[in-house]
Design a protein around this ligand. Structure first.
Ligand code: ZN
Length: 99
């Protein structure tokens, strides 16, 4: 992201960046997949424009004093477990044998 200035989270995804959320109280850094953050923000009707409104994140220390920034996908730890391919149904109808 040198010459190009990202305008939204979509630019992070396009340029292979994760979203790192850093707590200014305890220093904890949590890294999220950009696509997940976009889906979460859009589901709530929050803007994905940059600089990102990180006030929706709460650190485990309960602080909301957090900053969101880009971190390259290449920085992911090597021993990261693969993402679980969980496909959730939008809705279900009860089957013949259920109550
Ligand atoms: Zn914290």
């Amino acid at each position: 992201m040198s010459a190009h200035v990202p305008k939204s989270l979509f630019d992070y995804g396009r340029h292979r960046f994760d979203v790192a959320v850093e707590c200014r109280s305890c220093g904890r850094v949590s890294v999220f997949e950009t696509r997940d953050v976009i889906l979460h923000y859009q589901a709530h009707g929050w803007s994905v424009a940059l600089p990102l409104d990180a006030s929706h994140f709460v650190c485990r220390c309960r602080s909301r004093d957090v900053l969101a920034r880009a971190t390259p996908i290449e920085a992911r730890p090597r021993d990261l477990p693969p993402p679980r391919p969980v496909l959730r149904p939008l809705y279900s109808k009860p089957g013949r044998h259920s109550g």
